[in-house]
Write a protein of this length. Structure first.
Length: 308
């Protein structure tokens, strides 16, 4: 279950990175009770090159896995909850295979990865987790039968191989990862998707009234990402407007920005609603850009447009 706005970013971030390489299921409900794994990934055998481009994350996802990201340092009980969900999902897959008179392959049993900005020695020792020569610094593996690993993001070496994981860290670790992300070439498709997710997170944090100190610092860290994304989106909107003979300037850029946000939020927009949005003046487009972050369905968008 998504816990915070950062957790939502982490899930979207992981989905966007892994989706080209296999099947991603987020918020996957577990039958034993109302519980969800954050991200369940099944790799596509034909997408090895994509996984290789994701560095250590790609190595983690070489076989079926569950990924549970945490914003705050994971505790023993939270790790146990993740382990319980992993076991429940595995048993569900076993039952499904039995009903289909098939054998559940070892590679189809998901491995559990718990991502935490920091991890105490007490938590690591409580599970008997150990470092492994097969994994870089910051990885602690449970005894083999548990098929589980703890990832201490703050301990990961600073290099391109760990960038996509360090973006889910905190404080200095995340700030440095953001600087590295912005320094990547513009043509990098992974950069473009990640910048957009981080920008939406920053916008979402800006709508919170009683923002926590942690969220305030996170929003400040994300400001340069948002500025780059907003500028690029506005420029794309203006360029598209000129190419199609539409309105030019600020209004077309704001329209592109709003439509991008709505598409990210709802997947698609009804043509009727899109026409109404295209007719809004610049000031209302700006208002909609802020208001839509609180929309939970397209009905909220319709009600907003009806009130204007």
């Amino acid at each position: 279950m998504t816990r915070t706005r950062h957790d939502l970013f982490a899930k979207q971030h992981l989905e966007a990175l892994l989706e080209p390489a296999g099947t991603v299921t987020s918020s996957r409900k577990i039958a034993s009770e109302t519980r969800e794994v954050d991200v369940w990934f099944i790799p596509n055998p034909d997408a090895k090159e994509i996984l290789e481009s994701l560095g250590i994350l790609g190595q983690m996802a070489e076989q079926s896995c569950i990924i549970e990201p945490f914003r705050n340092a994971v505790q023993t009980q939270e790790s146990l909850n993740c382990l319980g969900k992993s076991i429940d999902l595995t048993e569900e897959l076993r039952r499904q295979a039995k009903r289909n008179k098939q054998k559940l392959l070892e590679t189809a049993i998901p491995r559990l990865w718990i991502l935490s900005p920091t991890i105490s020695d007490q938590v690591i020792q409580s599970f008997g987790a150990k470092k492994s020569k097969d994994w870089t610094t910051g990885f602690y593996l449970f005894p083999p039968a548990f098929r589980t690993g703890l990832v201490a993001i703050h301990q990961l070496p600073v290099n391109p191989q760990t960038l996509w994981l360090r973006l889910m860290g905190r404080d200095r670790v995340q700030r440095q990862a953001i600087d590295e992300l912005l320094a990547l070439p513009e043509r990098n498709p992974i950069k473009q998707r990640t910048v957009e997710h981080l920008a939406i997170l920053q916008i979402s944090l800006g709508t919170v009234q009683n923002i926590s100190e942690d969220e305030r610092e996170l929003a400040m860290n994300l400001t340069p990402v948002y500025e780059e994304w907003r500028l690029k989106t506005l420029q794309e909107g203006r360029q598209e407007g000129r190419q199609e003979g539409k309105r030019e300037g600020r209004q077309e850029g704001e329209l592109a920005l709003v439509l991008r946000l709505l598409t990210r939020r709802f997947g698609s927009i009804d043509d009727r609603l899109k026409i109404q949005i295209e007719q809004l003046p610049t000031t209302l487009l700006e208002d909609l850009g802020e208001a839509l972050l609180d929309f939970s369905s397209s009905e909220d968008l319709e009600n907003w447009l009806r009130s204007k």
